[in-house]
Design a protein around this ligand. Structure first.
Ligand SMILES: Cc1ncc(COP(=O)(O)O)c(C=O)c1O
Length: 378
């Protein structure tokens, strides 16, 4: 371990929104610049366990946490731990492209679980499992799901579906990988129940991310799962990135300490209000320009609209060439399918960043491009 006295920092001063200022010096500064335990900084682990108790109320006692460099790292570690070549796994489709990229080298057998406006459909899980039992095929090891604000569809699983899916996991004995980075970015009446809250038998691996509410660049996330799983993931962490950034962990701890419960609740409310407003703005612009050309569901959480262009079979050329050349950046549906060669008529539009004027201009141009494409196809 290097001697922190030789690191060229005197102090690090941070001012959080609202004016709260913290100064890292002495021991805290040395800790922030030093190697640390793979599981996470002990005071942060304590705080995060309280945080999880408060927000997700785990029902089983045998759980613990691991601090990671965001939920993507956590996903990769979990998938590498669980999956051998050819193992069947169930994924919500369409699927966040980062997960597809993490899964590709593991070569699993993908089992699609379709979504409607309320998220993945439990009956599909049941049908798949029953069919596999009948044909003697190996059962899926795991279900990958974004319960709140699925990327890219923006759906929120209903309470009854969450309960039903957990029952099915018990019945058919699969793990649930609950990747929930948009958990605090929902536009429904109250925070949805998480799978962790339903998990009486330790089969849920919950991934939280601080990327959408604190900072994406600090690279912080937390895995919450039963202690055996956490133990294995800690070993994985020890031999890969060793631990999440010490400085980031210290800043998270200070945020959790200094903002108090009300401050955090207020911050999460502010984040929700901000994105809800953005969603509403994009919705009205979509209605203005794309009515008749596309269909969509209104996202109930997250940052994305998932729209289907009605009279086109495939949007790859439109999205990747025509839109890009007009400086419109949107993602074609292909990116969310493990078979990227399949034709797809969906586009993912993001409302987190662009101004209303930029969105209006982009969607007006998109509508023009779609009309031209349809005319050419006719
Ligand atoms: C569904 C989903 N999982 C994981 C991630 C990655 O999150 P993190 O920044 O915590 O690694 C994202 C980022 O957009 C996401 O949408």
């Amino acid at each position: 371990m290097p001697n922190a006295k030789m690191f060229p920092f005197e102090e690090i001063v941070v001012t959080y929104k609202g004016g709260v200022k913290i100064t890292l010096a002495g021991e805290e500064l040395a800790w922030s610049l030093q190697y640390g335990p793979s599981q996470g900084y002990r005071p942060l682990l304590e705080k995060m366990r309280q945080f999880q108790e408060y927000w997700h109320k785990p029902v089983q006692n045998h759980w613990d946490i691991l601090v990671t460099s965001g939920s993507m790292e956590a996903c990769s570690m979990v998938l590498e731990m669980v999956i051998d070549i050819g193992d069947p796994i169930m994924v919500q489709v369409p699927t966040y492209e980062g997960i597809l990229n993490a899964l590709a080298p593991l070569i699993p057998e993908f089992i699609d679980i379709a979504q409607d406006q309320d998220g993945i459909i439990p009956e599909n899980i049941m049908k798949v499992c029953e069919k596999r039992i009948r044909s003697g095929k190996p059962m899926p090891k795991l279900l990958y799901v974004n319960p709140t604000g699925a990327n890219p569809t923006g759906t929120v699983l209903t309470e009854s579906r969450r309960r039903r899916i957990y029952e099915l996991a018990e019945m058919y004995n699969f793990l649930i990988l609950e990747d929930d980075p948009y958990c605090f970015l929902h536009f429904v009446d109250s925070k949805p129940t998480t799978f962790l809250e339903l998990d009486s038998s330790g089969r849920v691996i919950r991934l939280d991310s601080f990327s959408k509410v604190l900072s994406a660049g600090l690279r912080l996330g937390v895995v919450t799962a039963n202690k055996e799983i956490i133990g294995k993931l800690i070993k994985h962490m020890t031999t890969t990135s060793m631990h999440a950034s010490s400085l980031s962990q210290m800043l998270l701890l200070k945020f959790l300490d200094t903002w108090g419960l009300e401050g955090k609740q207020q911050h999460f409310n502010d984040v929700q209000n901000f994105y809800r407003e953005r969603r509403d703005i994009m919705l009205s612009i979509i209605e203005k320009h794309l009515t008749g050309l596309a269909e969509w569901n209104v996202p109930k959480a997250g940052m994305f609209f998932w729209i289907r262009i009605k009279k086109m079979k495939d949007v790859m050329e439109l999205a990747s060439k025509k839109c890009t050349s007009q400086k419109i950046f949107l993602i074609p549906g292909h990116a969310f399918n493990y078979d990227r060669s399949k034709p797809d008529a969906h586009l993912r539009l993001c409302y987190s960043y662009a101004t209303p004027e930029e969105i209006d201009k982009a969607l007006s141009t998109l509508a023009k491009l779609i009309r031209e494409e349809i005319k050419n196809e006719d």
